[in-house]
Design a protein around this ligand. Structure first.
Ligand code: G3I
Length: 359
């Protein structure tokens, strides 16, 4: 009987030499992805989840963890490594929740993207509202970076060192307490300290609104050139890619990433989601899939683009409805984890990507 089945399978293989690529490379996103590209997800917890009518997602939702392990080979703590979460008091660190994610990643053969070290948002009150001299602020940042990056030394593939440091006008964000008080030179120091604390981690600049060329991208390119010229350990530039279907698909993203690739930097997509105006329709779901494919294609077109991370994989835990009440359905799975057209498009795009990287 077994032989007969094998014979049928062999005959089918001859008759159907062009089997669908997603099946040829397995049935999960991580199976479908070529080796040079990590496919990741944010790990839901902290932040907006605190106010929602469900318990902290990652530790409490076993089905969620099962899918996270099966589908992805990279994970990013959504909030659990941010200052207010991991460093809630000046002399106290709270590593437990992030440690659990790092341990989970190890068990499941996943890499971790650390997020984030220098940001204007989600800083603890003791930092934002404290009274510090410039020297104290500098040593607070230095100590934080050495402590947190050092704690995870050797366990983090990429760190978002500097997050959202420019405004839409390409100016340094004055809401960022460190930039405002210490000047933009602190960005270079943050990279230097992170590199000293973990010389193997790839260190990134990360932002939204950089999916199209413009003054913000120009500001990043200028900064990247300066840092590289000063031999600052900058290794990558990342586009978050929080997209809304109110605007067009990011059809110039490959060009943007290529500008940083040309500088010798790695590139990555770090927070991809595609929100739509509610209610959902089949037509909107089809358009959403095109947006997801556009972003994946952009990364696949650039030699050094080495990871694509979704900012969550299920609408159950998405940040979008909390921030944009009229929009939603931004992820690739429904609240009950059924897959949307965008999921299959992502999987097929990964499966049909060239298997061997050029760099
Ligand atoms: O700061 C207040 C605090 O004072 C209050 O006690 C608490 C309880 O209501 O709320 C706190 O603010 C929350 C914040 O997380 C900090 O915990 C916000 O309501 C909540 O909306 C926020 O959500 C997170 C958001 O970052 C904050 O900017 C989301 O969970 C998280 O998904 C989102 O992720 C960011 C990336 O890190 C960077 N790129 C953009 C992306 C989406 O905004």
């Amino acid at each position: 009987m077994r032989k007969a089945i094998l014979a049928v399978v062999a005959a089918a293989a001859v008759l159907l030499p062009f089997a669908p690529p997603a099946q040829a490379h397995g049935s999960s996103l991580r199976d479908a992805a070529p080796r040079y590209l990590r496919i990741g997800s944010a790990v839901a917890g902290g932040g907006h989840h605190v106010d929602q009518p469900y318990p902290d997602p990652f530790p409490n939702d076993r089905e969620y963890r099962r899918i996270l392990a099966r589908e992805f080979d990279s994970v990013s703590p959504e909030n659990q490594m941010k200052w207010e979460f991991i460093h809630p008091e000046r002399h106290r660190y709270n590593f437990g929740p992030a440690d659990a994610i790092v341990a989970f990643a190890r068990r499941n053969g996943q890499v971790v993207r650390g997020h984030t070290l220098l940001w204007h948002s989600q800083n603890p009150a003791w930092l934002q509202e404290g009274t510090f001299t410039k020297a104290q602020l500098r040593s607070i940042l230095r100590e934080h970076i050495f402590t947190v990056v050092g704690h995870y030394r050797g366990k983090i593939q990429q760190w978002d060192v500097a997050n959202e440091i420019f405004t839409e006008n390409g100016e340094y964000r004055q809401e960022n307490i460190f930039i405002r008080e210490l000047g933009p030179g602190i960005v270079a120091d943050a990279f230097r300290w992170a590199h000293q604390a973990d010389p193997r981690a790839q260190l990134f600049l990360n932002d939204y609104g950089v999916e199209w060329p413009g003054v913000k991208v120009d500001a990043y390119e200028t900064l990247a050139r300066q840092l590289l010229q000063q031999r600052v350990p900058l290794h990558g530039f990342a586009s978050q890619a929080h997209l809304s279907m109110r605007y067009g698909a990011p059809d110039q993203l490959a060009g943007v990433l290529q500008r940083f690739d040309d500088l010798g930097l790695a590139t990555a997509i770090t927070e991809l989601d595609v929100r739509m105006d509610l209610p959902v329709t089949d037509e909107k779901l089809a358009t959403q899939a095109v947006y997801y494919r556009t972003v994946l294609d952009a990364c696949l077109a650039v030699d050094g683009c080495n990871s694509v991370t979704l900012w969550g994989f299920t609408d159950k835990y998405s940040w979008v409805p909390v921030f944009f009440p009229e929009e939603g359905a931004a992820t690739v799975m429904w609240e009950d984890f059924r897959k949307k057209p965008a999921y299959f498009t992502v999987r097929d795009t990964l499966a049909s990507a060239p298997r061997h990287h050029r760099r």
